[in-house]
Design a protein around this ligand. Sequence first.
Ligand code: HEC
Ligand code: HEC
Length: 470
Amino acid sequence: MKTPANRTLLLCALSLYGCAQIGEPIDTYSDDELRSAFVSWGIQGLSSTSDDSEELVELGRILFFDRELSGPRNISCGDCHSPVAGTGDGLPLGFGAGAIGIGPERRGAIDILTPRNTTPLYNLGHDEVRSMFWDARITPDDARGTFFAPAPELMAYDDQDPERAYRPEIIATLDGVLAAQALFPLVTPPEMQGFPGQSELGDTIGDAGATWDLIVERLLGEPGIDEYRRLFAEAFPETHPEDFNIGHVGVAIAAFQRTSFSATDTPLDRFLRDGEDHALSAEAKEGAIIFLGRGRCAECHNGPHLSDFDFHSVAVPQFGIGAFGRGDDTGVNAFRSLTGQPTPGNEDYAFRTPPLRNVALTGPYFHNGAFQTLEDVIRHHNDIEDSLRNYSVEQVPELFWGAYADVRSQNEARLAAAPSWLRRGLRLTDHEIEVLEVFLREALTDPNSVDQTHLIPSEVPSGLPVEQPN
Ligand code: HEC
Ligand code: HEC
């Protein structure tokens, strides 16, 4: 494996003018040299991977937008992950059950804000994507053929207690982490489950298996919904009607996401995969050179998705209630201790490096949406210490100002957890920041993802309303 140091050397060797120092003009690369530089970081063009049947994708699409899956029947996946806002909500933090509207106009009670920013859903069906959520709290447990997840139903131990809630038939149905993920908003009270007294689902808080069974009962039990009986039979022709479980709901929703939210036709993909030299503008190419070189972005944003899917602290200010409502979100470690996943090393305040395709469509940014524009995100990376200490909450909508917590001791810990070289500052020039922004915005946006409102169904089998774009 190449170390970052000899990658830099390779970049210098590839460049025509030697290795650029701070303030020097940006190197010029030939298109082939630029392609080689991307490849040296494992950054490649993607191709679509979905081979799901149309019937399965259609069932998933309908389930994704049907509020019948939520306890109080007032929220669907699509209410938070809307095609009108880059498969998110365009808000720093999301509003859960009971809120109204989609996209940045969505409003609800402040006490149902999600602890973290709504993640985008692009390219999550690819093999390299092996973890779900900002803190990767769902991953496959390859050794046991199960999952690490915040529910004992999906985890297996060698010393299996027969009284445990372990549900092997659900695990056997799930075809990967993306399908497993879809089961969790359903059993998160402020997201879709709702609270005790609101519905039969809200009355089973803490017993995920029971909640999941009740959802299957709503869709396919007595009386159930005939249209769903038909759609499930078409999507899973091999499955006996008695054998449906919540895993099938997850599998269908995952199929919809990986098919419809595939973003593999960005200018960068055309440049790298198809060898189209003109897919990238001159400015975007300049930005790419900074991304791979002086900006050191590719030290974390590398591989086919421009993410190492590893964990780092980049000293993002505290915003929102954070994991477990502690008001101090320590990232990957907070949940790993719960699910028994290995916690390699000191990863305080570390979050999963976000993949970057379609990043121009998916603001606000970071695990808590504290930054509103790509330029501000780059400026933050450029000088994390200055940006953290001088963070201005005024960049987010006023409604969210109260979510900001400026606690000195926590901020020191965030900085201490960041790589020391990042803390020293990248010292990028305004021009370098500008072209980096062009690279992120132009080169990484798939034109097919820009308007996907056609995916929103006008009606769903439950007859519940589906929020339509304005
Ligand atoms: C209340 C708003 C809300 C609803 C409803 C919701 N989500 Fe999410 N979703 C979020 C937030 C917030 C996160 C990030 C949470 C975190 O990382 O801790 C997220 C994360 C995800 C991820 C992880 C993506 C990644 O890159 O790791 C997927 C996939 C996802 N949601 C799919 C769904 C599906 C499918 C449904 C419906 C079953 C759904 N969501 C319902 C807000 C919501
Ligand atoms: C030390 C690893 C590291 C380096 C170097 C790095 N990033 Fe990041 N980046 C991250 C992590 C981790 C996050 C998420 C942090 C969080 O939410 O707390 C992130 C977030 C982002 C985001 C926000 C994406 C989103 O969906 O919210 C963008 C854009 C981004 N980085 C671009 C860059 C650019 C451009 C550079 C180079 C100037 C760079 N990064 C350098 C690790 C890194």
